[in-house]
Design a protein around this ligand. Structure first.
Ligand code: GRF
Length: 188
């Protein structure tokens, strides 16, 4: 059977991309990553794509991004630390997923990325945090929530320690929800 075609959009280190590549190889996700797009050159995610012989592109142009996705006949777009806003054409509505490192709608929106999220969570005195997988629309961290997983906070946590704990959970959650989404669960 032909596997669904995924494109990963990433702006940073690429640990999420690396994990998704592994999950596809091990068939935890029954799909193939056909291209990687970044809005920044020389980032880890582009290196990882090259090492794995996955075609990669760098562009900040919204039309170009969706042209590439069309050219590669992509079924599902997965954001993995992608920090730019997309203007989603109707054809791609409900076909783009993101994972955010907080329990949305808390600590989401413009400026809430990376360590700034965990710093804000600790400063607010939250007792727990987590991660959220959601559909991507034209606003930051705004689309329909598909799944959330809670992560405990401990008194000695720093933003760095908390980020590590949340990212470990993300690496389990994201592949599972992507695979469920591809199988039509969670999709309405
Ligand atoms: C992920 O941990 C996720 O929370 C967020 O961005 C981070 C990206 O890290 N959306 P990496 O570049 O995949 O290592």
């Amino acid at each position: 059977m032909v596997k669904p075609r995924i494109s990963v959009l990433a702006s940073g280190k690429g640990s999420t991309l690396q994990n998704l590549i592994k999950c596809c190889e091990e068939s935890k996700i029954n799909a193939q990553i056909v291209c990687v797009i970044s809005n920044k050159p020389k980032v880890g995610a582009i290196e990882i794509a090259k090492e794995n012989k996955i075609p990669s592109f760098v562009t900040t142009n919204n039309n170009e991004i969706f042209q590439i996705l069309d050219d590669f006949d992509v079924d599902l777009v997965v954001l993995a630390g992608y920090l730019a806003l997309l203007n989603v054409p109707s054809k791609y509505e409900n076909r783009i997923l993101n994972i955010h490192p907080s329990l949305l709608p808390k600590f989401g929106g413009k400026g809430f990325y990376g360590l700034s999220v965990h710093k804000a969570v600790l400063e607010a005195g939250e007792k727990e945090t987590g991660c959220t997988v959601h559909i991507v629309d034209d606003e930051y961290d705004n689309g329909k929530i598909l799944f959330q997983k809670k992560v405990p906070i401990f008194s000695k946590d720093t933003p760095e320690i908390l980020q590590k704990r949340v990212q470990a959970v993300e690496k389990e959650v994201y592949p599972t929800i992507i695979e469920e989404f591809l199988n039509g669960k969670n999709s309405n």
